[in-house]
Ligand binder design. Structure first.
Ligand SMILES: NC(=O)c1ccc[n+]([C@@H]2O[C@H](COP(=O)([O-])OP(=O)(O)OC[C@H]3O[C@@H](n4cnc5c(N)ncnc54)[C@H](OP(=O)(O)O)[C@@H]3O)[C@@H](O)[C@H]2O)c1
Length: 375
């Protein structure tokens, strides 16, 4: 019988009195079941979706360190107006970290072949020294790949692939992507270039445009430029894009893209319709980089839809075979199409350091952090 392993796990708690507390809690794991493994976590990215759970709507100006050097805590105030959305998680110390990678240190009898292998994994609670997990939620890393190489092999790669799958399933010719120089956006460019799918990238400054040009992106429009609407309409008319994946969510950008799609459709219209063009335009909001309301003025007829998009329900719709096909592509192209770059690798204790938190909470282009809980 293998030993019961004990390790620290990062927990995020929101209390009824409007306080966020981050802490490191010791957790003892029973040996794995027949189809389970225990992985020593060596790399887990901090993605925007992790930040939502980790920091909630806390006010970053109120971060207060506490605890001891090896078991630090961090607290912050949550403005009263934002507490309504916190009801379902009140007073529960929630584990954090959607995905990660590490070395299998214990394996159940049916999956003994995984012992000692490096694996990428999905399933939450990755900001922990050890993670017990079903073997089916792990992918063995290819020979020579490090835990850092495999840390982000699920969330962003599969979502970028899901966008192109959606395009094919729904019969669109091309797509528009916002916050397009993100880690995910760079992967999407490499997929679209390889697969011959026209992609219109919307960024918000020159530096982001340069990142995308460097990796071969063809259509890049800068939302801060004066001629943004014109350039966007041109790119949409050239590509025939009728599908949008919007990571920003709040504000007027999705609305501007719908207007540009309508204007592009009208460029080739032969007669006027008071109901707008019959070209169907689909926007999927898949992120919340701007937490404000989505502003739609409906000035583009009636052939449009705006809805939410999440990876897990999409994969359930795609089914096991399709999901395995996407996963296999990620594993095969891990160090090329799906490579991620990190600003810094931090320990679990550093993840609770106020200065470090302020840096990774920015979600800035090219500034992704990796936690290595084995440090
Ligand atoms: N729905 C799903 O299932 C799913 C799955 C995976 C990822 N996502 C979403 O995908 C998005 C990208 O993730 P990532 O890990 O690739 O991000 P990332 O590498 O951390 O990059 C974030 C990007 O967003 C930009 N940004 C931040 N706030 C913005 C705002 N208010 N307006 C415009 N741009 C803004 C940043 O640009 P600046 O440097 O200019 O700030 C940066 O380029 C996130 O929104 C994430 O939540 C969703």
């Amino acid at each position: 019988m293998p030993d019961r392993l004990t390790g620290l796990e990062l927990r995020s708690t929101v209390s009824n009195d409007g306080k966020l507390t981050l802490s490191l809690e010791p957790v003892t794991l029973d040996p794995p079941g027949p189809d389970e493994v225990i992985v020593r976590v060596e790399a887990a990215p901090i993605n925007p979706s992790d930040l939502g759970l980790l920091l909630g709507p806390a006010d970053m100006a109120t971060l207060q360190p506490g605890g001891s050097a090896d078991r630090p805590t961090l607290t912050a105030a949550i403005p009263q107006a934002r507490m309504g959305a916190m009801k379902a998680r009140l007073d529960q110390p929630l584990p954090v970290g959607n995905e990660g990678a590490g070395t299998v240190v214990q394996a159940g009898e049916n999956v003994a072949g995984l012992l000692g292998r490096k694996v990428g994994m999905i399933g939450g609670a990755m900001y922990a020294q050890y993670r017990k997990i079903a073997a089916r939620d792990c992918i063995p890393l290819p020979e020579g790949a490090s835990a850092a190489d495999g840390a982000s092999m699920f969330v962003n790669p599969l979502t970028a692939l899901a966008m192109v799958e959606t395009l094919r399933m729904e019969g669109h010719k091309a797509l528009v992507h916002t916050a397009a120089a993100s880690n995910l956006g760079q992967m999407l460019n490499r997929i679209c270039i390889a697969d011959g799918v026209p992609l219109v990238n919307v960024v918000r400054n020159d530096a982001q445009a340069a990142i995308l040009r460097e990796i071969g992106a063809r259509h890049i429009v800068d939302s801060s430029a004066e001629d943004f609407r014109e350039k966007l309409t041109d790119a949409i008319a050239q590509t025939g894009a009728t599908l949008v994946f919007d990571a920003i969510g709040g504000g007027k950008l999705a609305n501007a893209i719908l207007h540009a799609m309508e204007a592009a459709a009208n460029r080739s219209a032969t007669e006027y319709s008071r109901y707008g063009s019959s070209t169907f335009k689909q926007v999927y909001i898949y992120g919340a980089l701007d937490l404000g309301p989505t502003e739609l003025d409906r000035g583009y007829g009636f052939a449009w839809s705006v809805s939410g998009f999440l990876l897990t329900p999409f994969l359930m719709k795609l089914g096991m075979e399709g999901t395995m096909r996407l996963r296999a592509r990620v594993a095969a192209e891990l160090k090329t199409t799906f490579a991620s770059h990190y600003t810094a690798t931090i320990s679990l204790t550093e993840a609770l350091d106020p200065a470090v938190v302020a840096a990774y909470a920015k979600k800035a282009t090219g500034e992704k952090y990796l936690i290595d809980p084995s440090r």
